[in-house]
Design a binder for this molecule. Structure first.
Ligand SMILES: Nc1ncnc2c1ncn2[C@@H]1O[C@H](COP(=O)(O)OP(=O)(O)O)[C@@H](O)[C@H]1O
Ligand SMILES: [Mg+2]
Length: 239
């Protein structure tokens, strides 16, 4: 059973096909990795899925409903949440206040939202920083906060665009463990990432994008050895 189905999805910016004719089915509880060289269209694909930008062609079916053209807000409330699409954290507020605001989209009272926020902060191991002010947090802390704000909305599907970017190597392993724990808990995840060790450690299936289109998809080990994939990345290094 697909929780998310994408049919012939496309986006062009005055003649440039950033995303072209993408078909994609995501199974419930799947951890799907999406890779591809810079400019392949990964972030634009996420923008189309999350309603941040309308597609120029194709359809997005989420949980059986055609959500093509829905606003980012409505899409997020329906349960398709992209970390990046959320508002920047409120710098002068505490970590708990920031997550409580996100939790208010799924909890009626402030008290329930606060309790839910505390649970989510525990899941992302930020319990020791609930009272901290966002402006003083490290990059690693901010990444966890960003994840917490998305999870607080109880997404059916979460879209993560380069959540490991900006982390030093020593900070990556704990973040990979955290993402793995989401998967174990049954969270459906679409994961765009450049750090291949993380992609290979987490992805059940891999989609490779190149020049806006899906180049290939399938078992991660098979996919990364595909000569067409190797060639797509070699092109990036030459450029
Ligand atoms: N708002 C925009 N206007 C014009 N071109 C864009 C816009 N957003 C992305 N693009 C172009 O679309 C292509 C895909 O970009 P992007 O989705 O960011 O790729 P990726 O995330 O895979 O690096 C690139 O050529 C990029 O320059
Ligand atoms: Mg990108």
């Amino acid at each position: 059973m697909s929780v998310l189905s994408v049919e012939g999805l496309g986006k062009s910016f005055s003649g440039l096909h950033a995303v072209r004719d993408v078909d994609l089915d995501v199974a419930d509880q799947e951890f799907l990795g999406i890779i591809g060289p810079n400019g392949a269209g990964k972030t634009t694909l996420f923008s189309l899925l999350s309603g941040e930008q309308p597609p120029t062609s194709g359809r997005v079916i989420f949980d059986g409903t055609d959500i093509t053209g829905w606003s980012a807000d409505r899409t997020a409330r329906a349960g398709l949440v992209r970390t990046f699409q959320l508002m920047r954290p409120f710098e002068s507020m505490t970590v708990l206040e920031n997550v409580t605001i996100a939790a208010l989209s799924v909890r009626k009272s402030r008290k329930d939202a606060r309790r839910h926020a505390l649970e989510v902060l525990d899941r992302v191991q930020l319990s020791d920083q609930v009272g901290g002010v966002v402006s003083t947090m490290s990059t690693a802390g901010l990444k966890r906060l960003e994840l917490a704000r998305a999870l607080a909305m109880e997404p059916r599907v979460v879209l993560l665009d380069e959540v490991l970017a900006g982390l030093v190597p020593a900070e990556r392993a704990p973040m990979i463990d955290l993402l793995r724990s989401l998967h174990t808990a049954g969270q459906t995840v679409l994961f765009v990432e450049h750090i291949m060790a993380a992609v290979m450690a987490l992805s059940e299936r891999l989609v490779v994008m190149h020049e806006g289109a899906v180049l290939t998809s399938g078992d991660p080990r098979t996919v990364v050895e595909d000569p067409r994939v190797v060639e797509a990345y070699l092109g990036e290094e030459t450029a």
